[in-house]
Design a protein around this ligand. Structure first.
Ligand SMILES: [Zn+2]
Length: 496
């Protein structure tokens, strides 16, 4: 069905090439024809041959960013997702894995082999590689040096969309001032300057603005129309819920600036009840990051899911007849991995996939480019010959018969390179066979003990469909993703 739709809408249809086929006279005996893998391969070939590149312009672009969602996280996530659904996890696919175009993205930053989220999102959103900790500035800027912000600012695709008369928004499970969402609107020498209380006095006195202020004080023409996530504390005066040193209530200032067709909401019920005419929505659903999905029964009451936020954001942004840009971040995939806690990572990955699935069902790929990627990988590894359909959070080896390592102990299929699961001091390795590996707070083992697991530096995946999505193929620089989005919006033609 998708291929038929694409064939009808592509402005330059490239027909699938039907190669002549023949029956081989001397064909070797083969039992493959009825093999389920063989048949699945035939079906996949037919699907790929029917894909017609959409060479049209994008009215809308939706960028899904799974923070820290490396390839191993995707693989483990698809297995976990399948096992939750009671189907074969290994051959299961997350929603974005079914998109017809994919690429590998090289994530190193301007100054490091392994990027952080600040430099990563700057590459994706603005097309330049910068130094770790820096957002929306070229590599000429130096971390935590306020004076180096001057003259280094780079425009994000969200800002370009706004400047072109479209709507733009950001949805995240982290604080909306955290590195990835800030990549849509902020320009700062230090990602941790989320509120003024997070900044040294000298930086404030030198005129550098905290990230929350940048969000609220952006010029009318560039200010984001939709912002949803956590981080209320950076917008409210110092006190019960707030952490602002300047005493300002930025939520009230935002409402005033945006005018009558705007809504500020703090619960999922309020989000669902926003007036039909609302064109600007600020949703801050927690003081800090939103809770993990596994914490939802206790801490997540009244907090919308990533899926609910993404769908609601599209409803609001779609009111702009010129189109929109939306960044949707699954920000806590990364945070679960920093804990060496695969259960949190995988449940966040499954929710991220659900959000992609719901959005794909809602938008028209004829005029909407959907890109799904990660800013960097994490040190998660899948290893050890567990049997098909063995619980992905369990032991390596056949269930009931774990493979023993040289120290006589079992080990888990999922492990991390570094992090709090690593050995402390000269302690012998923990024996996972004596632990509850399905516990929500379980730390997978790591080679090296660090308070927080370090990011990993191998390439990450890019998955896409819609106008110009076919340009996302091969092995590309992370900063190239910006070029495809800019081109899909048609901004290159307007430059001169
Ligand atoms: Zn991280």
């Amino acid at each position: 069905m998708r291929s038929l739709v694409l064939a009808l809408v592509a402005s330059v249809a490239i027909p699938a090439i039907a190669l002549p086929t023949k029956v081989l006279a001397q064909a070797p005996a083969s039992a493959s024809a009825n093999d389920p893998y063989y048949k699945a391969g035939e079906a996949a070939l037919a699907r790929q041959m029917a894909v017609v590149p959409n060479t049209g312009k994008a009215k809308n672009i939706i960028l899904f960013l799974g923070d820290g969602m490396g390839i191993s996280t995707i693989t483990a996530g698809r297995i976990y997702d399948g096992q939750l659904k009671g189907v074969d996890g290994e051959s299961n696919s997350l929603a974005f894995e079914k998109l017809p175009y994919s690429a590998l993205s090289k994530t190193y930053s301007h100054d490091t082999q392994v990027t952080d989220s600040a430099a990563g999102i700057t590459a994706i959103m603005s097309g330049v590689k910068t130094r770790n900790k820096i957002i929306g500035l070229t590599g000429a800027a130096i971390g935590e040096k306020c004076e180096t912000e001057k003259g280094a600012s780079v425009a994000s695709v969200a800002e370009l969309a706004k400047a072109d008369g479209r709507a733009a928004g950001v949805v995240t499970t982290t604080r909306v001032t955290h590195a990835t969402p800030a990549g849509a609107y902020a320009h700062t020498a230090y990602r941790d300057w989320e509120g003024d209380g997070d900044m040294p006095v000298e930086a404030r006195q030198a005129g550098c603005k905290d990230i929350a202020r940048q969000l609220i004080e952006a010029p009318d023409a560039l200010r984001l129309d939709v912002v949803m996530g956590g981080g209320r504390s950076r917008f409210l005066p110092d006190g019960k819920d707030g952490k602002r040193a300047d005493g300002r209530d930025l939520t009230a200032e935002w409402l005033k600036a945006e005018g009558p067709d705007s809504a500020y909401v703090t619960t999922v019920d309020q989000l669902k009840a926003i007036p039909a005419g609302a064109k600007h929505v600020l949703g801050l659903f927690a003081n800090e990051h939103l809770p993990y999905e596994v914490e939802r029964p206790v801490l997540g009451q009244g907090v919308p899911t990533l899926t609910e936020m993404a769908l609601s954001a599209i409803d609001v942004l779609s009111k702009n007849p010129n189109g929109y840009f939306l960044l949707v971040e699954g920000g806590k995939i990364d945070m679960g991995s920093h804990l060496d806690n695969a259960k949190r990572t995988l449940t966040e990955t499954v929710e991220f996939s659900k959000a992609v699935e719901a959005v794909l069902a809602k938008v028209d790929l004829k005029d909407t480019l959907v890109v799904v990627t990660a800013d960097h990988s994490h040190g998660l590894v899948i290893s050890g010959y567990a049997a098909r359909n063995a619980p992905i959070l369990g032991l390596a080896g056949n269930e009931g018969e774990p493979i023993l390592a040289g120290d006589g102990k079992a080990y888990t299929t999922l492990m991390f390179a570094t992090g709090p699961g690593g050995p402390e001091g000269v302690d012998a390795r923990r024996d996972p066979a004596k632990e509850d590996m399905d516990d929500v707070d379980y730390h997978q083992q790591a080679v090296v003990n660090l308070p927080s697991s370090a990011h990993a530096g191998e390439d990450v995946g890019v998955f896409a469909d819609g106008p110009q999505a076919f340009l996302l193929r091969g092995v590309v620089e992370e900063s190239y993703i910006f070029q495809v989005m800019r081109h899909a919006f048609g901004f290159d033609a307007k430059k001169k």
